[in-house]
Write a protein that binds this ligand. Structure first.
Ligand code: BGC
Length: 747
């Protein structure tokens, strides 16, 4: 039976329909009035995100125009800004009670101005610059009407096979939390309603980065202690920084798909963490619960809304099923009202309810805003700081003046591939290729030539790109082309599409065709610089053994080419450090630095028994990255070695000296270890760091305050606390090259 509007209004006043009433009385009043005018059907309509992935929604065969008119669409995907604006106008003209749409898009690492993929930019450890990048992204996106980004993705992952490692900040919960917060601050600013900021969406809730065997969407199976200590902190951090929304994940937690998992969506997020924004399902995830095998359409819709998933992205099951569920008593009307209120609160906070056209205020300035010199400068600086120098044992870098440089390898003349996964606004035409950027940077006295040398791969199982000529003939040509060059730069790795969603690899090695090219170049006897581009850590033990000069440039975005040229020529010394462990071989995966101690440690930090056919050591450890300068760490000391009580602190100081001849940046890292605890604790955990700048010859004292906060963990009862007793504090340039201080802390 349909209820009339007045009855609904009365019900609303009497039901506890608020997500968190009383925080902002003016907002409460506004939303009470609004909800009082909405039918149940319209309130359910606010829980429906339609149109993601469908460019021209209005008038489309999908019938979204009818749904919009009936008040059954709350928010839309902003893939096509013109269409999104049309929908908003159509909604204004046609809805009985007009409620503006939120326009959402995956603005993951920039919109037009594209920054390095998140795994790359996290290697900068530069929180200020990361925040600036999110700020730029927000300003560009809002000029096109977008006011909600499906970012940051804060999933911790220990598996380079998983294509979505590209989208996160690596394996560490401490660094990952700080990066998450920087991004949220950048997107949302101080005022979510100023028209140039966008609402962040913490994703994917939860544990999505731990899918078994690195296969996207696969099962996750994890004990609570691991979840609470290592995989959950980044989500909480993003919410603590004020992220206005969150997105469910495709995996199960304890066997229950997260989208329908009340323990996660309500008990953890809201009851424990106090999150009061709204949760959207991942795309079609409500319908996909049917495939998970937990019910039919009606059941999964009910499971999801009752779990606390407020908005249905693209499955349209809430609008199809929930009126019936309410009528038949399986979903309380107050559940709908609470979800609706959360969505409306977000719209209110975004300023949309007062001004539907707020996000079009800069429409006429789009050209000025996107790709502005200032924005490109942020992109160039971040791309530079993301580059990680992995090896430079012959001191080939920075490049010395030579007559002729030959660039080989499939990335050398690419533009779009430099953008990486999740790139929408940027048109690659205006970007430089690496060859172009390098030629500009080295100037007219050095000739730069290019010879492709190989395709990305010849393996038919994966995408064969740029394969007009087979790699063998490209290689023969390259050997001729490099004959009179003084130095070779090999631009190898992965095209953008080998990482990102649903793009996993069993073997993230360098493709055979590219390796052949590298070894042929080595045979020329000329110095070879291996410049790697990828969306993940690569498994390159052989390359590390056989080549002296290797750097990791990721997919660096709009200014990737310029930034790499800046680093190679020594305009800036490299300063990036890895935010995930690089294994020697696939069999070692998962390999991560903050592993638990075991009863039979293999040696030192890299716990557990040894393989017969491999060491346990990583190829490159977490936190690792070289510079053109050497930095000397000296005189590690503490103001005291004993502390007492929760309010105490130990100040740890180290002297860091730039022994090199260039100004440079160094990331000084502090780790702790609790040798005797209630449960087995990791061999070490990152708990602080500082990115400092040093002039040639300069020494700086770098100090960190260690407090009991840095010693806390969740025990097997999930109690959060710290143990009195001994602790080890380690300081160094990466997770392996550290000096130790033993301290004692009484309660
Ligand atoms: C992804 C999300 C993304 C959404 C919308 C999904 O398939 O898992 O990360 O935000 O699509 O594009």
């Amino acid at each position: 039976m349909k209820r009339n509007v007045t009855a609904v209004a009365l019900a609303l006043l009497t039901l506890a329909a608020s997500a968190k009433q009383g925080v902002d009385p003016e907002m409460d009043k506004f939303i009470n009035d609004l909800m009082g005018r909405m039918t149940l059907k319209e309130r359910i309509g606010q829980l429906n995100l339609g149109g993601v992935g469908t460019p021209k929604v209005v008038g489309s065969a999908k019938g979204l125009d009818k749904a919009v008119k009936e008040g059954l669409v709350s928010s839309i995907g902003g893939f096509d800004p013109v269409a999104a604006e049309d929908v908003q106008r159509f909604a204004e003209d046609s809805m009985r009670v007009f409620i503006p749409m939120i326009t959402g898009l995956d603005v993951v690492h920039g919109y037009y101005t594209t920054f390095p993929i998140p795994l790359g930019s996290s290697s900068s450890w530069n929180l200020g610059l990361l925040e600036e990048s999110a700020r730029v992204a927000a300003r560009e996106a809002t000029a096109f009407g977008i006011n909600w980004t499906f970012a940051p993705m804060v999933d911790i992952s220990r598996d380079p096979r998983w294509g979505r490692v590209a989208e996160g900040a690596g394996e560490d919960p401490y660094l990952g939390s700080l990066v998450a917060q920087a991004m949220v601050r950048g997107y949302q600013g101080d005022d979510l309603s100023d028209g140039e900021t966008i609402m962040a969406c913490t994703k994917h809730l939860v544990l999505y980065g731990a899918s078994e065997a690195g296969r996207d969407y696969n099962t996750v199976s994890m004990d609570d202690v691991t979840a609470y200590n290592y995989f959950l902190p980044t989500y909480k951090a993003a919410f603590d920084a004020g992220a206005g929304s969150g997105m469910t994940s495709f995996n199960v937690v304890n066997g229950v798909p997260t989208t329908g998992n009340r323990k996660v969506m309500t008990e953890l997020l809201r009851d424990q963490w106090g999150f009061d924004g709204f949760i959207v399902s991942d795309a079609n995830a409500i319908a996909e619960m049917i495939e998970h095998g937990v019910g039919g359409p009606q059941e999964v819709a009910e499971m999801a809304i009752n779990a606390g998933t407020d908005m249905d992205m693209s499955a349209s099951l809430y609008v199809a099923c929930l009126e019936k569920s309410v009528a038949e008593g399986r979903v309380g009307e107050e559940v709908i009202n609470t979800a609706c209120r959360r969505v409306l609160e977000a719209k209110y906070k975004l300023g949309l309810l007062k001004n539907p056209w707020l996000y079009y205020k800069n429409k006429d300035k789009r050209k000025e805003i996107v790709l502005s010199p200032g924005n490109l400068d942020v992109a160039r600086r971040l791309a530079r700081e993301s580059v990680v120098l992995l090896k430079n044992s012959d001191k080939v870098l920075p490049l010395k003046p030579v007559k002729k440089i030959a660039v080989v390898g499939p990335m050398g003349q690419e533009r779009a591939e430099l953008l990486g996964c999740w790139s929408y606004g940027m048109s690659a035409d205006t970007m430089s290729t690496f060859v172009e950027a390098l030629a500009r940077e080295v100037g007219p006295d050095t000739e730069v030539v290019y010879s492709q040398g190989s395709n990305w791969t010849e393996q038919p199982a994966i995408y064969k790109q740029g394969g007009e000529h087979p790699s063998d003939s490209l290689l023969m040509q390259a050997v001729k082309d490099v004959a009179d060059a003084d130095l070779i730069i090999a631009t190898v790795g992965e095209p953008a599409v080998w990482s990102g969603e649903a793009h996993n690899l069993t073997n993230p090695d360098l493709a055979e065709a590219q390796k052949k090219l590298l070894y042929a170049m080595k045979e020329t006897g000329k110095p070879v610089v291996v410049a790697l581009f990828s969306g993940r850590p690569l498994v390159i033990e052989d390359i590390d053994k056989d080549f002296s000069t290797i750097l990791q440039a990721w997919h660096g975005g709009t200014m990737a080419a310029e930034a790499l040229a800046d680093i190679l020529t020594g305009k800036e010394a490299p300063s990036g450090k890895l935010t995930s462990t690089w294994p020697r071989n696939v069999g070692q995966i998962p390999l991560y630095y903050n592993a638990l101690r075991t009863g039979r440690p293999y040696s030192g930090f890299w716990a557990t028994t040894k393989y017969i056919d491999s060491t346990n050591d990583p190829l490159y450890p977490f936190g690792y990255g070289l510079s053109y300068n050497e930095y000397k760490y000296d005189n590690l000391r503490a103001d005291k070695l004993q502390a007492k009580g929760e309010g105490d602190r130990i100040r740890v100081t180290v002297d860091v000296t730039n022994l090199g001849s260039m100004p440079g940046k160094e990331i000084v890292q502090l780790y702790v270890n609790d040798p005797v605890a209630k449960i087995s604790r990791p061999v070490m955990e990152l708990k602080d760091f500082a990115k400092i700048e040093l002039a040639p010859g300069e020494t700086r004292q770098v100090s960190f305050d260690v407090t009991p906060d840095k010693l806390k963990y969740y025990d097997s009862e999930l109690k959060y606390g710290w143990d009195a007793g001994e602790f080890n504090i380690f300081v160094g340039p990466d997770s392996r090259k550290v000096e130790k201080l033993a301290v004692k802390w009484d309660k």
